[in-house]
Design a protein around this ligand. Structure first.
Ligand code: PEP
Length: 250
């Protein structure tokens, strides 16, 4: 998308202990350089590593974010973390509505929207995940699903500087399968038109990431598709060498 700085983002899911901080250190070093002015980079480790990870990235363009937040700012919600807490750890982003949370924790579009609003209230960028299941794709419902999830999961006051969309076909996550380039192009063009219709100029500039089995060998092709403004990477973001190879595809 013209005039949009792509974002290469990693989602560590429930992986990573203190030992893995070496990978973050290597990523923080690896993204230094002129490419960082063109391309933004982000790692979302588990919440246990958030604070120490941001400290490691003190003098690096590598940004650190969380994988989820509660919709409330504080309160009696045992085990949850708030967007305020992420910001307090110097996190800059939070993923909301990842398909694993939609499935494992029955998160609805309505809840995901509330979480995105909580992120915005804490001055974080919300990475709002959407995507169809294999059955929905087979039934030809992909664009309908994307339309409904976009309408339901994004707050009305979302802006291009505080909201990123991540299109992640559920069947492509962690499977090694990816949609064809023309399927990615169709989905992203559709999302762009929906976002522009609803948010005008802000929607035209809102980044739309592709996610689902992105790896060094397919990154360049996927990132080259029109309206793909970066990647959300699971498995291949755990190792600095893979993450940096994908980042370097730009
Ligand atoms: C993800 O979980 O956001 C993801 C895209 O995972 P993977 O890259 O492992 O498919």
């Amino acid at each position: 998308t013209p005039d949009v700085r792509p974002l290469v983002a990693g989602n560590w899911k429930m992986n990573g202990t203190r030992e893995s901080l070496d990978q973050i250190k290597a990523m923080a070093e690896g993204v230094k350089g002129p490419l960082s002015e063109k391309v933004e980079s982000l790692i979302c480790p588990p919440a246990t590593l958030l604070y120490v990870a941001t400290a490691l990235c003190d003098d690096s363009p590598l940004l650190i974010g969380a994988q989820d937040c509660h919709q409330n700012a504080s309160g009696a919600h045992t085990g949850d973390i708030s967007a305020e807490m992420v910001a307090d750890c110097f996190g800059t982003h939070v993923i909301v509505g990842h398909s694993e949370r939609r499935t494992d924790h029955a998160e609805t579009d309505h809840l995901v929207r509330a979480k995105a609003s909580a992120a915005h209230a804490a001055e974080l960028t919300a990475i709002v995940c959407i995507g169809e299941t294999a059955d929905q794709r087979k039934a030809g419902q992909t664009l309908d699903i994307l339309k409904r999830q976009l309408a339901g999961s994004i707050p009305d006051d979302a802006r291009a500087d505080n909201t990123v969309i991540a299109y992640e076909p559920v069947w492509a996550i962690g499977t090694g399968l990816t949609p064809t380039v023309s399927d990615v192009a169709e989905a992203h063009a559709f999302m762009r038109s929906e976002l522009t219709r609803r948010f005008g100029g802000e929607g035209a500039k809102m980044r739309i990431l592709y996610g689902g089995s992105v790896k060094p060998s397919n990154a360049r092709e996927l990132m080259g598709v029109a309206n793909v403004d970066g990647a959300l990477i699971g498995g291949a973001s755990l190792k600095a060498a893979d993450f940096l190879a994908i980042y370097g595809a730009y």
